[in-house]
Design a protein around this ligand. Structure first.
Ligand SMILES: C[S@@+](CC[C@H](N)C(=O)[O-])C[C@H]1O[C@@H](n2cnc3c(N)ncnc32)[C@H](O)[C@@H]1O
Length: 248
């Protein structure tokens, strides 16, 4: 029996290898949010767990996966069960400077994958207010009008003053984080809001510091996380329990 390492009303964290825990949980979720080891550093935990995308495909039909372009290309066969829908870029503030012979890397990518029919996949693009210039013209061309039916010209144009959120988001790295690759909660929250219905269930098989669990809770979704490293699981537990309001 797999016992939770941490549990509250909305989130549950398990300690262990996702390749053992995920099948044992036997669950169906609305969304997987994965930030796997990219296998690009010498960090002890940074080893690609072979077969994990196929396992993720057994629990959900929609998945956001963080990763570098190199990682996705190297591991492309591992994503055979998934179809790619889009990529999303987070622009960092300072970035990381591991290599002196490459551009300073100030972004990271998340890719969205799905299985089955796109029409059955929850996708709710966040809307942001349009920006207007001094002449009162919008600085963006992607006005949110009526749903596109393929019959352009049949609908009256109504500018609701809102625009689809951009696929590039500026979000500084987490300062004094509890994990070396800790994701900013506002980024994960945006991805969850897009791909998981309110009240739905998100699974993060590589929970690290618990950013996905925190983001899910903040956006009114439930979440299950799995983390193999006890030090990070303990840090995530502290983070999540410190955010629970005591009963009145
Ligand atoms: C890139 S980090 C995730 C960071 C996380 N998104 C955050 O914001 O803190 C990947 C995590 O996966 C964990 N991990 C590696 N292999 C694993 C496995 N087989 N099962 C579960 N967790 C694993 C590592 O210990 C590491 O904490």
């Amino acid at each position: 029996m797999t016992e939770p390492y941490y549990e509250d009303e909305t989130v549950t964290l398990y300690l262990g290898d996702m390749r053992e825990i995920l099948p044992a949980l036997n669950l169906q979720a609305d969304l997987v949010v994965a930030d796997p080891p990219y296998a690009e550093t010498s960090l002890a935990w940074d080893r690609w767990p072979e077969g994990w995308p196929a396992l993720a495909a057994t629990v959900a039909s929609s998945m956001w996966c963080f990763g570098s372009m190199r990682m996705f290309l190297q591991q492309r066969d591992e994503f055979a069960d998934w179809k790619l829908s889009q990529d999303y870029v987070r622009e960092k503030h300072n970035g990381s400077g591991f290599a002196r012979d490459r551009f300073r890397r100030v972004h990271e990518t998340a890719t969205h994958w799905y299985r089955g029919n796109w029409a059955d996949i929850h996708h709710d693009v966040p809307l942001i207010p349009a920006q207007f210039n001094a002449k009162g013209r919008t600085t963006s061309t992607s006005a949110v009008v009526v749903p596109h039916t393929g019959k352009i010209g049949e609908h009256a144009y109504t500018d609701a003053g809102m625009r689809l959120a951009r696929s590039v988001r500026r979000a500084p790295s987490v300062r004094r984080g509890i994990h070396p690759t800790q994701k900013p909660v506002e980024v994960v929250r945006e991805l969850i809001t897009y791909a998981c219905p309110p009240g739905g269930l998100v699974v993060d098989p590589f929970a690290g510091s618990g950013s996905t669990l925190d983001a899910a809770r903040q956006s009114g979704r439930r979440a299950i996380g799995i983390e193999a490293d006890e030090e990070y699981a303990e840090a995530a537990k502290r983070r999540l329990s410190s955010l629970v309001l005591p009963a009145a």
